[in-house]
Design a protein around this ligand. Structure first.
Ligand SMILES: Nc1ncnc2c1ncn2[C@@H]1O[C@H](COP(=O)(O)OP(=O)(O)O)[C@@H](O)[C@H]1O
Ligand code: SF4
Ligand SMILES: [Mg+2]
Length: 329
């Protein structure tokens, strides 16, 4: 067991590594490997929301899944309330798991179409707490109200609801056991823009009311900004910049963060025209064969020879953020 020194730290990720075998040779040995998460260190302070951004394939979901124990990392620690989840027995881990809940992009995939909404929300109560039926029903009604749905939704089926309503059900279900940590993985990405902001507002509201600590994962930087206290930017499995949401958005020090931000349209056309642009050229490299040195070097407008040979370390910058770039601003 590891004791975390700073008591405000609820969850800590240390040196996390997770690879997937993409292809094997004739003898079944790994031929190509994708290092989905590489040397990731993170802390989540009690009550904060940490946004994780980056293009598709950067390792955001794998990081979230490793934290929740849905993927098993090869290396590293996930320390929750001073306990390393990696070394817990199956039984102890199961008990811990109720404190850590996930909300996925597509609740339709996680909600059984043949079971009512009430059944879905009450399921964790039955499994983990053997809550008596009448008590579970009362709690389901309360949870539905909290997520902005009428209590009669308990009798409906997922197929009869809109995407936004289904996502509210998924949130109610995640809250059923009064968790401490929520990992929301692209939780609003499948919704239309106005429903997105409703669900985001709901999450912000509930995370204050339930005193939740959140990891909010999205490829969409405009979505993450409004919910996050801090932001981590990932590229090919690594965190390349991390800091307060304000600093990362207003004064990004990493060229990749700047490129991602300059791709967000600004409503005012005059500001949009005047804004410095960093065009993100090309696609994300094949994660099984990342560039040597800095993984961003194949697309970075500032790349120098040293970038192609030396991996930049994630170092503190003057504005209090950390970033991994030889030429960080
Ligand atoms: N179960 C898996 N099997 C094989 N490769 C995977 C698996 N899950 C993720 N990957 C690979 O790991 C990398 C990171 O994926 P992911 O964590 O889903 O990124 P993101 O959520 O940022 O889009 C990608 O290259 C992806 O193809
Ligand atoms: S280390 Fe070099 S290639 Fe990497 S982001 Fe910085 S300037 Fe660009
Ligand atoms: Mg993902």
């Amino acid at each position: 067991m590891t004791i975390t020194a700073d008591s405000s730290v609820l969850l800590e990720v240390r040196d996390l590594e997770k690879s997937f075998v993409r292809s094997r040779d004739l003898l079944g040995r790994p031929r190509e490997q994708v290092r989905a998460v590489r040397e990731v260190d993170l802390t989540l302070r009690a009550g904060e929301t940490l946004g994780i951004v980056g293009e598709s394939g950067s390792g955001k979901s794998t990081l979230g899944r490793c934290i929740l124990g849905l993927d098993t990392p090869e290396k590293g620690e996930v320390v929750f309330q001073g306990e390393n989840l990696m070394t817990l027995s199956r039984r102890a881990l199961r008990r811990r798991r109720r404190d850590l809940q996930m909300i996925f992009q597509d609740p339709y995939a996680s909600l059984d179409p043949t079971k009512t909404v009430g059944h879905a929300i009450a399921e964790p109560m039955r499994i983990f707490e053997r809550t008596p039926r009448h008590e579970a029903e009362a709690r389901v009604a309360t949870l539905l109200t909290k997520v902005g749905l009428r209590t009669e939704f308990a009798h409906r089926y997922p197929g009869e609801m809109s995407g936004g309503q289904r996502q509210r059900v998924a949130i109610a279900r995640a809250l059923a056991l009064d968790p401490k940590v929520i990992v929301a993985d692209e939780a609003v990405s499948a919704l239309d823009v106005s429903t997105q902001s409703e669900v985001i507002n709901l999450l912000v509201h509930l995370s204050a009311e339930f005193d939740l600590t959140c990891l909010f994962i999205s490829h969409n930087l405009s979505v993450v900004r409004h919910v996050s206290d801090r932001i981590a930017v990932m590229y090919l499995g690594r965190i390349v910049e991390i800091g307060s949401a304000e600093e990362v958005y207003e004064r990004p020090t990493h060229p990749y963060t700047r490129a991602l931000l300059s791709a967000i349209p600004v409503p005012d056309p005059a500001i949009q025209r005047a804004r410095p642009k960093t065009i993100l050229e090309g696609d994300v490299p094949d994660p099984a064969h990342p560039p040597a040195g800095c993984a961003f070097s194949s697309r970075c407008p500032l790349a120098q020879p040293v970038c192609r040979t030396e991996q930049p370390a994630l170092l503190p910058r003057a504005n209090g953020t950390l970033s991994a770039c030889h030429f960080a601003l």
